[in-house]
Write a protein that binds this ligand. Structure first.
Ligand code: HEM
Ligand code: HEM
Length: 186
């Protein structure tokens, strides 16, 4: 029942459209975007808001990882994990504007999704470690936190370039699809 609610399998789709992103994936994505921005702007305080946003991000990332095994078809890691060779080939094809359209994440998008999830976990764990007595005064923990945040900002920039490139190439609005959950049928 819960799985069915989160998967949104009850919702009707318009003719010519297919349902790709389930309710949980969409909720996860836009909550992550909002909380990430909130955690970023509160990095130097207030601590209460910064930590609350961080804990929520970590909980969401954890839930998303579980969903990657039990969620709906396109939410599963098995649906969007490709070999490095396939990712490279896809990127080369993209540069020539002849990459195939994918209903779920394309190979590069899948790799980016995993990278962003992993970075969120690293940022939040290094944030939590700064609060622990065992790591008190350890400068490297703070350094990991700060550089992981900066690295993630670079990845988010590339993520947006990828979303824009795939949207233009296949004349579809991928950001809109992450809101409605629907895409044009193949
Ligand atoms: C559970 C999660 C997190 C915890 C416990 C945490 C904790 C901390 C702590 C203790 C600091 C040191 C400064 C201070 O005391 O205010 C800090 C700084 C900072 N954090 Fe986090 N954080 C978390 C998640 C995040 C996330 C997700 C982001 C990014 C969106 C982020 C971005 C920053 C930034 C930009 C700074 C300022 C670094 C600087 O001084 O240049 N944090 N965080
Ligand atoms: C306004 C800015 C953003 C837009 C418009 C956007 C848009 C999108 C779109 C369209 C997808 C699906 C890509 C596809 O069709 O394969 C996606 C996936 C994803 N995005 Fe973003 N994104 C934004 C910001 C972010 C940020 C800041 C993060 C994390 C820090 C993030 C993390 C992710 C993750 C983890 C996925 C995979 C979703 C899943 O499978 O659950 N995005 N994003």
């Amino acid at each position: 029942m819960t799985t069915q609610f989160l998967s949104g399998t009850q919702t009707e789709t318009a003719p010519g459209e297919v349902r790709i992103w389930d309710r949980f994936v969409r909720l996860f994505h836009w909550s992550t975007v909002t909380l990430f921005a909130l955690a970023y702007v509160t990095g130097e305080g207030p601590d209460g808001v910064h930590h609350a946003a961080g804990y929520a991000l970590l909980a969401l990332a954890g839930a998303r990882i579980v969903w990657g095994f039990i969620g709906s078809r396109h939410a599963r890691f098995a649906d969007f994990l490709y070999s490095p060779r396939a990712v490279l080939r896809f990127l080369l094809d993209t540069m020539r504007f002849r990459a195939p359209r994918h209903l779920g994440h394309n190979p590069a998008g899948g790799m980016m999704a995993v990278a962003l999830l992993a970075m969120i976990v690293v940022i939040c764990c290094s944030g939590l470690m700064q609060e622990m007595d065992v790591f008190w005064g350890r400068k490297w923990v703070e350094t990991v936190h700060v550089y992981a945040v900066r690295g993630t900002l670079v990845l988010v920039g590339l993520h947006l370039v990828g979303v824009l490139a795939a949207s233009l190439e296949h004349r579809e609005n991928l950001a809109r699809a992450m809101i409605t959950g629907r895409k044009r049928a193949p």
